[in-house]
Structure formats: C-alpha cells, structure tokens
Write a protein that binds this ligand. Structure first.
Ligand code: ZN
Length: 235
C-alpha cells in the first residue's frame, strides 16, 4: 500500500487528502482518495502520480465526514475522475452509504469501516489491521488535558479505536502520527473521561464551532435523522 498526502492549493484552507494506491498498480487495486479537500486542486497532484495503466486515477472516494473542508471539492473530483463516492451520510455526489463494520478495499488493502461519531455524527475511521493503519478524519485523538466538554459518543468511539492495534494515524489535519499511538489514545481517553460529557446530538455541544460554513463551499452532509453537531477539535 502506498499512501500519498495531497496538499492542494495552500491559499485555501483545506484538509489532508490522501491517495491510496497498491504497491504495484495491480488491476485489482482500487485507487482511492480519502477526503477530497475544499476545492479540486488535488487533481493536479494526482495527475502527476503513477496510478496504473488502464485504471482510473481515482476509482473511489471515501469521505471521513461531510465537513466542508473535507468534502466541498467533491464536485470537481467527480468531474475529473468519475469515481464511486462512499460516505456514511447521504449527500450530493454520494453513491454508496457506508455501514459500520463493513470492509472496503483501498489500494491493495482491506479497511474496516468504523462509525466513530464525536467530531461529527457522520464521522468514520478506516482501519487496516494488516498495516496497523488508521485514517482518522477529524477525530480528536490527541487531547492533552482534562476539563473540556465532549459528546459521550466521542469517548465510545475513541475506546473502540483504542481496541484496535493502531500504529499509524493519518489525520484530517497535521502530520501523521507514527509512534506511541496506544499511549496517545490512552491519554486522550483518560482526559476525556475527566471532562464533561453530553450524550445527545439533538442538544448543543458545548464547544466552539471551528468549522465555519459558507464561503461558497458545500455545506456539511446531513447526518442520518439527526442534526450535525458542532465541531470539537482542530478543524
Ligand atoms: Zn471536520
């Protein structure tokens, strides 16, 4: 498996988008884009990469969640590559609704789809047991101190992630975490347990909203039967 971090246009605030390819561009490998960013600017980077002869450069998009900085560029990506688009919540351009516990092929690996609400109700993580790799989206996995306010769903999601054997986290923002992941998760869980937890998405989440909407981008995808909570962590 090869994971390439795409930076997009540095002038525009965006998330990390990752292109996942197989080791040797075999026919059965599924070139996959994990999140797309706020605009279509990652297309230029993708077009410079070797993605296999006769294969779609991007055969599949997987959204970790629908916040605008992760998903607003979807229209441009669809126009470029006509990929299958997978997400946990329905939305424009989404072809496949993911289910907690299903497995999805990215590159030449199988990933477990884990519904991990907390940062948003539609958040998922993607876990590859073989490589001990996790795509975490915007899950706040590095909470350094106790005392904040968090939805209880986040604690359950973190405990579930910690039950896997994760060695590397590819985050929605900032650099990958490549060492001491179990310790990091344990500290975060401990600190969140010592914080204020709320257990309803229908109520307000007492945390600052760090994902402003608007600005011409698409809005967050609606979650299934619930309103989208406000964001928790660094965007
Ligand atoms: Zn987000």
């Amino acid at each position: 498996m090869r994971i390439t971090l795409l930076h997009g246009n540095p002038q525009n605030y965006s998330c990390n988008a990752y292109l996942v390819r197989g080791d040797s561009n075999e026919r059965e490998d599924v070139n996959s884009l994990v999140d797309v960013g706020i605009d279509g600017s990652v297309c230029g980077e993708i077009d410079d990469l070797c993605t296999g002869i006769g294969k779609k450069r991007v055969a599949q998009v997987v959204l970790t969640h629908g916040h605008y900085d992760h998903a607003a560029g979807l229209g441009a990506i669809v126009a470029c590559y006509r990929p299958k688009v997978c997400a946990f919540a329905p939305g424009k351009h989404v072809d496949v609704l993911l289910i907690d516990g299903q497995f999805l092929r990215l590159g030449d690996r199988e990933f477990e789809v884990m519904h991990t609400p907390g940062h948003s109700e539609d958040s998922i993580c993607l876990y590859c047991a073989r490589d001990r790799t996790l795509f975490a989206g915007d899950m706040p996995f590095d909470v350094k101190t106790p005392g904040g306010s968090y939805p209880g769903e986040l604690l359950a999601s973190l405990e579930r992630i910690a039950s896997r054997d994760v060695a590397t986290i590819y985050a929605g923002h900032a650099s990958p975490v490549i060492s001491r992941v179990p310790e990091l998760l344990r500290r975060t869980i401990r600190n969140i347990r010592q914080s204020t937890l709320s257990y309803s998405y229908s109520g307000s989440v007492p945390s600052p909203k760090l994902h402003p909407e608007g600005g011409g981008g698409e809005k967050s995808l609606p979650a299934r039967g619930h309103s989208m909570p406000e964001s928790l962590s660094d965007p």
